[in-house]
Design a protein around this ligand. Structure first.
Ligand code: ATP
Length: 513
């Protein structure tokens, strides 16, 4: 991470704490690694992101319904899903720094550096030659060909080692690539070991192995085991989807990037059940739809890109990530996976219960294929927070920090600010608040100079401030200030609701997708 980006990220993190968005968990005991609490403003922003996702799924698609399954599930669920045997990450320690890493991520880091070198060569050449032909250059330039060959070779070895669960081969790759620990700078590594990421606990009062259960590492399985319940009770016809928002838990080996990688986090997942053979059509459909959903927030279309998976998970026949340009670079924000019939088939096998759909049009039974969209709520939160955080220099030489959060997601929509704490201004302000509070989350404040109060609202991303002054008492007008432009207009109290509604409406945002 470059220095300025590093500083920006640090500023975002401290801002999030200072203004009640995110606190370290159990901070009075020095926190708990990779676990965070959402404060008064964070909880509102998080709820609004959930609403944006839930409404998109369940209101805009009449063939998608939502459920809320339990975190605890029968332990065999995780045997059937493959998580007991295969939800592992390869872990490696540096003996000098005593830091722990994921070996696959260290190796992927080498690939990323080679990819950056290729991009640099392309950039240089594109500047030099008119009518630059990227494809031609990539296939003929000796240096680029050499880098690409190296990338393919590393990818092949990584893929084979992961597929064969061969940790000796993983270690050999780390050695051959001469990977050094970024902290100690040494290549003094331990062997690579597999580490299962599921948290387990005991259910009931007898603590033996038979009672061992897991905290779900993904919400998807709660949907798969309820597939027939929902299909039958909802009389759903394929293609249809089941959506869910809920907590998931992973004992991540490396969890150092604030809320990007947590041990307790929230997922917003939708499993879309389709006819076998039609999954690629729906995979492309959801890939495009989900990108549009992200882009509609207006955080900058260039901040998103697709990343197709080369190494597919055991259950998938196609997969890609939507990556976001986080302060530490482009990283996975959402996964879109074509999961085949792997999960339902496996649950059929382990439970002995039929999980098939009767297609009345074709007059046949089949196990549907599944296309899933899975986005981390906390990562969504980070993408919104980090990209809306702005440090601005104003014309008069002063500075402000403003969160330009998309207005429908902002924790508070409007601040009601009586200019003074006397002369009946607070009473009038409360009158206005009572008019607005049923439609918008309002924030009332009467302390400090008005400029200071505006700054505080900027810092928590409130799109509008309404100031009540002596003129208000005479002619029923107020000043309405826009967070982004800082422009102030005198308007009639009767007009306020319409002005605010226009930009903070979730419905209007959803219409743009
Ligand atoms: P990564 O490669 O970053 O570990 P993943 O591919 O394992 O992620 P999925 O299993 O596809 O992630 O989970 C779907 C989504 O859940 C991810 O796109 C991400 O937004 C979110 N997610 C996964 N793990 C975490 C975590 N530890 N903390 C926060 N969000 C997470």
């Amino acid at each position: 991470m470059a220095n300025t980006e590093d500083n920006l990220f640090k500023n975002v993190i401290s801002h999030a704490k200072e203004y009640g968005f995110i606190f370290p968990s159990s901070e009075i005991y020095d926190g708990l690694s990779a676990v965070y609490d959402y404060g008064q403003n964070g909880a509102e922003l998080k709820n609004n992101i959930k609403e944006y996702w839930w409404k998109f799924m369940t209101l805009l698609h009449d063939n998608i319904v939502g459920i809320d399954a339990a975190i605890f599930m029968h332990p065999t669920t995780w045997k059937a899903s493959g998580h007991v045997d295969a939800f592992n990450d390869p872990m490696i320690d540096n003996k000098d720094s005593k830091k722990r890493y994921r070996a696959d991520q260290l190796i992927e880091g080498v690939i990323e550096k080679l990819e950056e070198k290729i991009e640099k060569e392309i950039e240089k050449a594109a500047k030099r030659f008119e009518n630059f032909d990227r494809a031609m250059f990539v296939s003929t330039n000796a240096r680029v060909v050499e880098y690409q060959k190296k990338i393919d070779e590393i990818n092949d070895r990584l893929k084979t080692a992961m597929a064969n669960n061969d940790m000796v081969a993983m270690k050999q790759l780390v050695d051959d690539l001469e990977i050094a620990d970024p902290i100690s700078g040494t290549k003094n590594w331990t062997d690579v070991r597999q580490f299962n990421l599921m948290f387990s606990t005991e259910m009931g009062s007898v603590a033996d192995d038979a009672n061992k259960i897991y905290l779900r590492p993904e919400t998807a399985q709660g949907i798969f085991v309820n597939f027939l319940n929902v299909q039958k009770t909802g009389r759903m016809k394929i293609p249809f989807g089941i959506a869910q928002i809920g907590k998931a838990f992973r004992n991540e080996i490396v969890a150092r990037q604030f809320i990007f990688r947590m041990r307790e986090f929230e997922q917003m997942e939708m499993q879309f059940f389709v006819k076998p053979g039609e999954e690629m059509k729906w995979y492309e459909f959801w890939k495009a739809k989900r990108l549009k959903w992200h882009q509609a927030l207006g955080l900058g279309n260039d901040n998103y890109r697709y990343h197709d998976h080369l190494n597919l998970a055991h259950y998938a026949n196609a997969a890609c990530d939507i990556q976001f340009n986080f302060p530490m670079g482009f990283r996975e924000l959402e996964g879109i996976h074509s999961r085949t019939d792997f999960d339902l088939k496996s649950h059929e096998k382990y439970s002995g219960k039929k999980l098939q759909y009767f297609d009345s049009e074709d007059n046949q039974n089949y196990i549907p294929y599944v296309v899933e969209t899975s986005v981390g709520l906390d990562r969504m939160f980070l993408s919104v927070l980090a990209s809306s955080y702005k440090e601005e220099k104003l014309e008069d030489g002063s500075e402000r920090v403003v969160l330009k959060i998309p207005a429908p997601l902002a924790p508070n929509k409007v601040a009601i600010l009586p200019l003074m704490k006397k002369d009946g201004l607070p009473e009038k302000a409360h009158e206005i608040m009572n008019l607005l509070k049923f439609d918008f989350r309002c924030f009332y404040e009467e302390k400090d100079a008005i400029g200071k109060r505006y700054r505080r609202q900027d810092a928590i991303g409130t799109p509008y401030c309404i100031t009540i002054d002596h003129q208000t008492l005479q002619d029923n007008t107020v000043t309405i200030r826009n967070r982004d432009t800082m422009k102030q207009d005198r308007v009639a109290i009767d007009a306020v609701k319409a002005i605010i509604s226009e930009s903070v409406s979730m419905a209007e945002l959803l219409k743009t997708i």
